[in-house]
Design a protein around this ligand. Structure first.
Ligand code: PLP
Length: 570
């Protein structure tokens, strides 16, 4: 991180400018805080890489400046000027070098290594450094370059790194973390630039209480189209009769289903949180356990799989009004026809929460609950690879009740930027790449679980049919909490997780949960899962051995660098 007070001067070149870069470095005044960003030899490289690198640094650190050199200087200046607030001037004589600073306040000077004599080029740099920006009438023109509104004192175009360097730095750090670590949290994924753009758009400004064509605000003609697209795409993607794309999260989608058809005190039956269910499926600490009378089903102690005969027994005994199907950490295929049959036996409604497996369902890598369930809820940000949020699919007969439960029942203005992001994600989910990635996610999880099992680790239920699995650490020298910390130090981010019938507490459990959505989105396949299996096994067996942690971290960093995801943002 450069010290702005010392006004760092970055320098970078391609192979065509390398010799001149070295000459300038050797001859510039020693007081200059020069930072060389490469290239470091005459071996052929691509000039945009170095122009982007340097321009990104200058744009991110106001007060700094830079020198770029390629054969003619043309390619470097074209590339650098793509960055906001960069004014890269290609100069070739004393007059243009002086004007570049006095009139244009160029924060990057660009030179042609095959055009200029070294001594002449050095003098151009010195002139540009010594001259002062004249300000005055020129500032208005510089503002116009950035399309600033000269009638407002508010500079709406100022970039985040200028307005709020602290948040900007945090975002950069998070980007670096997501890029350099292998994230195997089963509920996370990496959204595309297209989703980012929809989310970071003017749609965030718009109030649109209501639904397309029936709003409580004017000016909704465009957000109506965005929401209708999201609805239509969701229905087509899942083969559903009705979609509500407004839920703020998976939890609020579940809440809306309950509010739509249940009264406080009604009975619900859901999967036990301790066996892999979700908080909102009736857990006592959640609204779902407080407002409704909840009972639970779990997995069989021996098989660690759902025992449908037992679920039927519980349903017949408890007679819930709604059966909730779905889980946060259950690795086996859910038998929707069987759940439907159980619900029908007692005249119950059936809700399936596919928050985790929605992407798999789209790709046919897990059976769809839509033909069986009265309601299907999901998050949009897990395997579905969209923005954070929720969605409800339902049969037409429940459409009005669901829509009323969301608005005005539970929410006010919908997040239109997020709804647009959902629409983009639903479109992306029809692509061959998405379908193939979802299928590979399942292949990768099965392969990884199998490798770890063959090495001697105990995988809960003996394997996986979906994107995740649990490892029981009982016989290893580390518990869930320690494993989460050790693996993170080694570059693999997972989460501690209870295992069924866990003798330990939820905050200090016996297991960890591993998921393959992000690895698969990055393009990793079985060969990479082999490396990951060796790494996880080594760390779980030697969580305190620094040589193992260091070695694994280097392996994982190298692996991630071969499968970049957000390097273009750094
Ligand atoms: N349902 C299931 C099965 C989940 O796993 C989750 C989140 O992990 C949710 C619902 C809740 O989603 P959100 O965190 O968006 O409220």
């Amino acid at each position: 991180m450069p010290d702005n007070n010392l006004k760092t001067l970055f320098i970078a070149s391609d192979h065509g400018g390398f010799a001149l870069k070295e000459f300038i470095k050797a001859n510039l005044a020693e007081s200059t805080l020069l930072k060389d960003l490469g290239t470091y030899s005459e071996e052929s490289v691509d000039y945009p890489d170095f122009a982007h690198l340097l321009a990104g640094q200058v744009a991110a650190h106001p007060g700094t400046s830079g020198i770029l050199i390629c054969g003619t200087g043309i390619g470097m200046s074209i590339t650098a000027n793509r960055h906001r607030n960069i004014r890269a001037a290609l100069v070739h004589d004393q007059f243009t070098a002086r004007m570049a600073k006095e009139h244009n306040n160029a924060n990057i000077i660009v030179l042609g290594g095959r055009v200029l004599e070294p001594v002449a080029a050095l003098k151009l740099v010195q002139t540009w450094l010594e001259c002062k920006y004249e300000n005055g009438r020129h500032q208005r023109r510089l503002d116009l370059i950035e399309n600033r509104n000269l009638n407002s004192t508010r500079d709406i175009t100022a970039p985040l790194n200028q307005v709020d360097p602290e948040i900007s730095r945090i975002i950069t750090q998070e980007t670096e973390r997501e890029e350099s670590k292998l994230i195997m949290i089963a509920s996370e994924n990496c959204v595309s630039q297209a989703v980012f753009e929809a989310q970071g758009s003017v749609l965030t400004n718009k109030y649109a209480e209501g639904y397309p064509g029936k709003r409580y605000y004017g000016g909704c003609q465009f957000v109506d189209q965005a929401e209708q697209l999201a609805i239509d795409r969701a229905c087509a993607l899942f083969g559903a009769e009705h979609a509500n794309v407004q839920p703020l999260s998976g939890s609020s989608a579940n809440m809306a289903v309950y509010f739509s058809v249940l009264q406080p005190g009604d009975k619900i039956l859901g999967m036990n949180l301790a066996h892999g269910g979700h908080l909102t499926h009736g857990a006592p600490v959640s609204f779902s356990g407080k407002f409704y009378q909840s009972s639970y089903y779990g997995v069989n102690r021996q098989s660690e799989k759902l025992d449908y005969d037992e679920i039927e027994e519980i349903a017949l005994r408890e007679r819930p009004k709604l059966i909730v199907v779905g889980a946060s950490s259950y690795s086996r295929t859910l038998d929707f026809p069987r759940f439907r049959a159980i619900a029908d036996k007692i005249g119950a409604m059936m809700m399936v929460d596919i928050a985790h497996i929605a992407g798999l369902v789209v790709a046919g890598a897990h059976p769809s609950p839509v033909p069986y369930a009265d309601f299907v809820t999901t998050t949009t940000h897990k395997t579905l690879r969209g923005p954070r949020g929720g969605m409800i699919l339902c049969r037409q007969q429940y459409a009005a009740k669901i829509d009323k439960a969301i608005f005005p029942g539970l929410q006010g203005g919908p997040l239109m930027h997020t709804i647009a992001g959902k629409a983009v994600a639903f479109k992306e989910a029809t692509s061959p790449e998405f379908i193939a990635t979802q299928k590979q996610t399942v292949v990768n999880a099965a392969f990884l679980a199998d490798k770890l099992q063959k090495k001697g680790l105990r995988i809960v239920s003996g394997g996986t049919d979906n994107h995740l699995f649990l490892i029981d650490l009982t016989d290893l020298p580390v518990n869930g909490k320690g494993a989460e910390a050790a693996l993170d130090r080694a570059g693999i981010t997972i989460n501690k997780n209870g295992i069924p019938f866990d003798p330990r507490t939820p905050t200090d459990p016996s297991g960890i949960r591993i998921g393959t959505p992000i690895a698969s989105t990055r393009g990793m396949r079985e060969a990479e899962m082999e490396i990951v299996a060796d790494s996880i096994f080594a760390v779980l067996n030697h969580p305190e051995k620094s040589s193992v942690i260091e070695e694994t971290r280097a392996t994982i960093r190298n692996l991630c660098s071969r499968f970049p995801v957000y390097s273009y943002l750094l």
